[in-house]
Design a binder for this molecule. Structure first.
Ligand SMILES: O=P(O)(O)O[C@@H]1[C@@H](OP(=O)(O)O)[C@H](OP(=O)(O)O)[C@H](O)[C@H](OP(=O)(O)O)[C@H]1OP(=O)(O)O
Ligand SMILES: Nc1ncnc2c1ncn2[C@@H]1O[C@H](COP(=O)(O)OP(=O)(O)O)[C@@H](O)[C@H]1O
Ligand SMILES: [Mg+2]
Ligand SMILES: [Mg+2]
Length: 364
């Protein structure tokens, strides 16, 4: 076994750094020969390193340019993931477009997205005919999903009166009753983990008649980590009784999304339509989500980093080995850690001693 050490530079917002770069992760990586090194965002990336790999959740043209410069100087380095691929997730319409391209083998369920429309102005918002195919209640979501608190502010709209507070550009999406439970599917390269979380309660036809205007909410599934890891959380939220989606089905969707979006680090939110038992709707896809909420996230992420630096598991480096051929290659292919190997293996979660029955682990 080689004793070479590897360096992974990370560029993350303060909050993300705090939640993700925990000592437990840093030390596990260190034991495996991988040093996690903070990138100084005050200095040009090209002046830092050497890094075998850059891990990031920063946006904007300046950062994108820095990554390009960095790769030009370090042709053998890898960037997880491509800014262009990540950018698609910053708009709630383009984010879900990829679902229509998905083809999966497993037939144990059907999938799609809720009916929705993008509204750019008040005139269209109040023109009920423009979106008559949507039934109340509808959820109004900011079109932009750029990680700001504002981009998570939503409203559940029960009738025409509830439209007054809305500020386009927004996506109006039909609210689908789903038993108050959402499935969050975390993807880390080939690894997939599905977890249950609390969601908005169902709204019956009778209840809808009595509800006034709208209800504002934000990040309903996002309680503090310690609350979620607590057994009481599942009991309190009655999550215990909710059946998980079929594992193969979820792994097929995860694999398909990963391949189409060319992303390695993301999660997606899925709800099960209570009207049609095995119909699943994808409502949200997030880049580099809160992995620290996954039990054993340290092991999962360290294994992934190991595969990346060892150039295993994914076709790292091959598509952007400009050094070998001397050719100039496009930005996207050089920034993309593409995934060619498709291992479809369901594994049981052996790394956790707490035996969480509410979660499933799948590799795609
Ligand atoms: O902060 P956390 O750990 O709750 O993670 C957030 C995610 O929560 P989740 O893992 O899905 O439960 C959260 O997911 P949701 O959008 O709430 O489904 C986002 O991914 C959020 O990132 P951003 O604000 O969209 O850039 C994530 O926030 P950042 O950590 O990236 O700021
Ligand atoms: N179409 C929908 N039907 C029912 N509930 C929904 C729908 N869309 C969103 N939700 C609920 O609202 C929450 C926030 O919506 P989401 O699109 O995931 O935004 P965010 O990016 O802020 O997480 C979801 O976790 C879910 O509880
Ligand atoms: Mg969400
Ligand atoms: Mg989101």
């Amino acid at each position: 076994m080689s004793s070479r050490r590897f360096a992974i530079g990370y560029a993350l917002a303060q909050k993300k750094q705090k939640s993700f770069i925990q000592e437990s992760l840093v030390s596990l990586c260190r034991e495996r020969g991988i040093d996690l090194v903070k990138i100084d965002q005050e200095r040009p990336l090209v002046d830092q390193g050497p890094f075998d790999c850059v891990l990031h959740k920063l946006y904007g043209d300046d950062w994108k340019g820095q990554l390009v410069d960095f790769l030009a100087k370090n042709p053998n380095a890898v960037v997880i993931d491509s800014p262009d691929a990540i950018e698609r997730l910053h708009n709630r319409i383009s984010m879900l477009q990829v679902v229509s391209e998905l083809k999966i083998e497993d037939q144990s369920g059907t999938f799609g997205i809720p009916k929705q429309i993008v509204i750019y102005d008040k005139e269209t918002l109040f023109d009920r005919q423009a979106w008559e195919f949507l039934k109340y209640p509808v959820i109004a979501k900011p079109l932009v999903a750029d990680g700001t608190a504002k981009s998570h502010k939503m409203a559940l709209v029960f009738n025409h009166d509830g439209l007054n507070k809305l500020k386009p550009p927004i996506v109006l999406q039909e609210f689908v009753n789903h038993g108050g439970v959402i499935f969050k599917v975390y993807v880390v390269g080939e690894y997939v983990k599905c977890a249950k979380r609390k969601s908005l309660p169902d709204v019956s036809e009778e209840k809808l008649k009595t509800l006034e205007g709208s209800l504002s909410f934000s990040q309903v599934s996002n309680l503090a980590t310690h609350e979620k890891n607590d057994d009481k959380y599942y009991k309190l939220m009655q999550l215990d009784d909710t059946e998980m989606p079929p594992q193969n089905f979820i792994s097929d969707i995860a694999r398909g999304l990963r391949g189409l979006m060319k992303l390695n680090l993301f999660n997606f939110d899925v709800i099960r339509d209570t009207r049609i038992g095995n119909r699943y709707l994808i409502i949200d896809i997030n880049y580099f989500p809160g992995y620290a909420k996954m039990p054993c996230y340290e092991t999962v992420l360290t294994d992934f980093f190991w595969d990346v630096v060892q150039k295993k598991g994914c076709a790292v480096g091959r598509s952007f080995s400009a050094g070998e051929s001397g050719e100039q290659v496009g930005l996207d292919s050089r920034l993309t850690l593409s995934c060619e190997k498709e291992v479809r293996k369901i594994v049981s979660n052996t790394c956790c001693s707490d035996g969480e029955e509410n979660e499933s682990v799948v590799q795609v």
